[in-house]
Design a protein around this ligand. Structure first.
Ligand code: FES
Ligand code: FES
Length: 172
């Protein structure tokens, strides 16, 4: 057993004692009751379970699967989950675009796509691309996320809409 502490969506949690082999997915869903993070394949292939990991001192963010990683490996980290995207009862621009495009059907993959797209937007803000390179950049950003309901094109269109709504922010 190990006592872990971490910050999730700006809220400190812990110290909480967990088994050393407890997955991060089980920690979020079963220990904390945060069921927005899904469990799909369990072998790091579908990416439905990813959360955003924020590096300290603004060092950038990335996504990490939670199915094959232990809760202990997140000790001391700062992360964001799907529950953290809406602020003060207002959906984020990405969430609104996902709904506007009917990007999801069963919704099982949506938290993963949302987290990946959010990291993509933040990277784009730091390093804008030309309009001509946007489609490929979106494809590469969302690559690897599986959607059994085949929402790929609609997710892509939704992310594109968010970028094109603020070209001065995201494009060269
Ligand atoms: S459940 Fe983690 S990658 Fe599929
Ligand atoms: S919306 Fe059903 S798996 Fe993507």
């Amino acid at each position: 057993m190990t006592a872990i502490s971490l910050v999730i969506n700006d809220v400190p949690h812990g110290p909480i004692e967990v088994r050393d082999d407890l997955s991060m997915n089980d920690f979020l869903r079963e220990v904390l009751g945060m069921t927005g993070t899904k469990f799909g394949c369990g072998v790091s292939q579908c990416l439905s379970c990813v959360v955003i990991v924020d590096e300290p001192d603004g060092g950038g963010s990335s996504t990490s699967p939670t199915c094959i990683t232990t809760a202990v490996s997140f000790n001391g980290k700062q992360i964001r989950t799907v529950e953290g995207h809406a602020k003060a009862g207002q959906l984020s621009a990405l969430q609104k675009a996902f709904i506007a495009h009917y990007a999801f059907q069963c919704g099982y993959c949506t938290a993963g796509f949302l987290n990946e797209a959010q990291v993509f937007l933040e990277r784009l803000e730091a390093a804008p691309v030309p309009r001509a390179g946007l489609e490929q950049a979106i494809i590469e950003a969302l690559d690897g996320h599986l959607c059994r309901c085949s929402g790929y094109v609609r997710y892509h269109q939704a992310v594109r809409d968010v970028v094109l709504a603020e070209p001065a922010r995201y494009l060269l």
